[in-house]
Design a binder for this molecule. Structure first.
Ligand code: ADP
Ligand code: MG
Length: 256
């Protein structure tokens, strides 16, 4: 419990900082992107006057700069999401539908690495926000896929399970990937902690997930074994509305 508290404090502090940084970067970044796009147009217009080797070289430079700027934009978006916290309105959410849309988004990442198995029970609606939960499951699915080496699709699976337990709905994302040693597992919810190569991971995914899930009164935990795989478990409170008895339909007077 103590450790949990420290994590949330640290996340709150980083969140405030992140919001400021993201805000400051956004405007100059918009200039960079629009100027790069202007230059690309100019270069195109110059094409007939330039030797073809030179043209290819310049195009390559522009492409690299543009890719870099897009990557910065993605990081800024992640930071903003991460820092947006408790201003979210909670509604009653259908978790299964959210899981399905996250699967659609993660499909290309998943299909090269693992079989996807769904193990769904019928569950009540949960309290929260569809878009934010979508982000949580997308992050977990992409992490699961990235933990599995490419090209062994037959041997690996990502299993999604959904069940209810008392007044909670439990979602598990289990992979048969590389797993984590204890020293990695201890730090995965820290912002910017990543074991992925530069350019592949920002280390913000799980800290965002943690913030979202706990922000709506849920929990996120992990079990992992090196070389065997990992299971992320998200537990979310059942929506208040779902617990109340449904009003009987209004009786309309029959006309005619
Ligand atoms: P990123 O994916 O950008 O590295 P995350 O916050 O999503 O950032 O994850 C942090 C780290 O946690 C990862 O770099 C990886 O070391 C570890 N991790 C997360 N999910 C898994 C998983 N399913 N299997 C193994 N390691 C994982
Ligand atoms: Mg990630």
């Amino acid at each position: 419990m103590q450790a949990q508290l420290v994590v949330s404090d640290r996340l709150a502090a980083v969140g405030t900082l992140a919001a400021g940084v993201a805000h400051e970067i956004n405007n100059p970044l918009a200039f960079v992107l629009s100027n790069l796009s202007f230059l690309a147009g100019e270069l195109h217009a110059l094409a007939p006057e330039l030797p073809s080797g030179r043209m290819a070289e310049l195009e390559e430079v522009l492409r690299e700069a543009t890719d870099g700027a897009h990557r910065v934009r993605q990081i800024v978006r992640d930071l903003r999401t991460f820092s947006r916290g408790d201003d979210e309105v909670a509604t009653a959410v259908n978790v299964q539908a959210v899981l399905e849309s996250a699967i659609t988004l993660a499909r290309s990442e998943l299909k090269l690495r693992a079989q996807l198995v769904r193990d769904y029970c019928e569950v009540p609606l949960v309290e929260g926000n569809e878009g934010r939960f979508g982000q949580v499951f997308l992050n977990l699915l992409i992490n699961a896929a990235q933990a599995i080496p490419m090209g062994q699709t037959e041997q690996h699976e990502v299993r999604l399970s959904l069940r209810s337990a008392g007044d909670r709905v439990i979602i598990e994302v289990r992979d048969t990937g590389v797993g984590m040693p204890p020293e990695v597992r201890a730090r995965i919810f820290d912002p910017f902690f990543t074991t992925k190569p530069v350019g592949e991971g920002t280390g913000l995914g799980l800290s965002i997930c943690h913030g979202i899930v706990t922000g709506f009164g849920g929990d996120i935990s992990v079990e992992s074994e090196e070389g065997r795989g990992s299971t992320f478990r998200v537990s979310l409170p059942v929506a208040r509305r779902a617990k109340e008895p449904v009003d009987p339909p209004l009786r309309m007077p029959l006309v005619g």
